[in-house]
Design a binder for this molecule. Sequence first.
Ligand SMILES: Cc1ncc(COP(=O)(O)O)c(C=O)c1O
Length: 372
Amino acid sequence: MIPINEPLLNGNEKKYLAECIDSGWISSEGPFVTELENKFANRIGRKYGVAVANGSVALDASIVALGIGVGDEVIMPTFTIISCASAIVRAGATPVLVDVDLDNWNMCTDEIESKISCRTKAIMVVHIYGLPVDMDPIIELVKKYDLLLIEDAAEVIGQEYKGKICGSFGNVSTFSFYPNKHITTGEGGMILTDDVKVAQKCRELRNLSFIPPRRFIHEELGWNFRMTNLQAALGVAQLERLDEFIEKKRQIGEWYNSLLDGINGLKLPLGEVHYASNIYWVYGLLIDKNLEINALEIMKQLHDYGIGSRPFFYPMHNQPVFKKMGIFKNVNLPNSEYLSEKGFYVPSGLGLTFEQAVTVAEKLKTIMSNAR
Ligand SMILES: Cc1ncc(COP(=O)(O)O)c(C=O)c1O
C-alpha cells in the first residue's frame, strides 16, 4: 500500500523523547512544552505560543479567549474541516459561511463584505491545502469594520503570503501538528498571538481554568487541552527541520505536476498564485465537471491498486449535524459542493518516494483513460 501520509521522524525525535523518559518529565509540565511554544512563536514571528492537545481545540480555546459567544457571528469558509465551525457553534456564536474559489480552493474574499452584519465579531480565515487565502482584502475589511481575525494556519506551516509568514496575521492564529501536517507531534496544536491577555486566557482555558493562588477553585469552566512533554519533544525535533520539510513537499508537488501533466479530465492544483507559491500540504486533484465519475469512485479504484487517497472537505452547510441543529438553512454554495464531490488527494506525505509518485501517476492515468 502507498499510504496517504507518512511522517519523517528520523531527526532528533528519539534523542529528545529519551530525554523525557530519562528525566521522568512526561506530562505537560516538562520543559519541552515551553521550548516548543517559544521556538514556534519565534519561527512565525509572534510573541506568545500556547501548546495544546490538537488543532481543533486550539480553535475552541481561541474563540472563547477572544470573547466570542452568544449573539456573535463569525464569517468563515464553508469548505474546511468541521473543527472551524464546531468551535464557533460550541461557543454559542453563529458561523456565517462564504464559498471558495474554484481555482485556489480558498475562501472568496469578495463574498465577505456582503455577509457582514451588526453582529459580526470576527472573520475566520482557513488557508487550504498549502495555498494561503488572499489576505490583503481581508485585512482591509477587518480594519474597516473593526473585526477580530482568527487565522487557521494548520495546513500551511511555514508558508508565506507576499513574503509574510502565515500565522502572523490573526489576532489569534492556530496550528495542528497531526502527523499529516508539515511538522508533527503525533497529536498536538498551537495557538499564537501577540496579545498577552489572550495568551493568558488560552493558558487558563487549556488547564481547567485553574487560577492562582488557590488550586481547585474555579471562576470559569476550562478544559484539559494540555500537550504533553513527550509530544512537545517530538515537536522541537520536527521544527528543526521545517524548511527541509517544506522543500520536500514542494518537490512532491513538482513530481506530480510533471507526472500528471496533460491527463484529460483532471485539474491539477495551482503551483503559483500572485501572492504565494504552493507548499502542497496535500496534493489535491479535481475532476472535470463534464465527467460523470466522482471522487469516491476514483478513490475506490486507487484503493484497489494499493494507493491511499482522501476526499476533499465536505461543506459545512451540508453537514448532517448542523442540519439537525437547524443551522445553515437554505444555504447554497455551489463551488464547495462541486469540490466536495469531485475533489480528492493522493499520497503526499514527507516519506513519499519518487517511485511511489510514478506509480500513483501511472494508475491515475489508467483510471482516467476509462473515466466517463
Ligand atoms: C484547517 C484545519 N484546521 C484544524 C484542523 C484540526 O486539527 P487536529 O486534527 O489537530 O484537531 C485541521 C486538521 O486537519 C485542519 O486541516
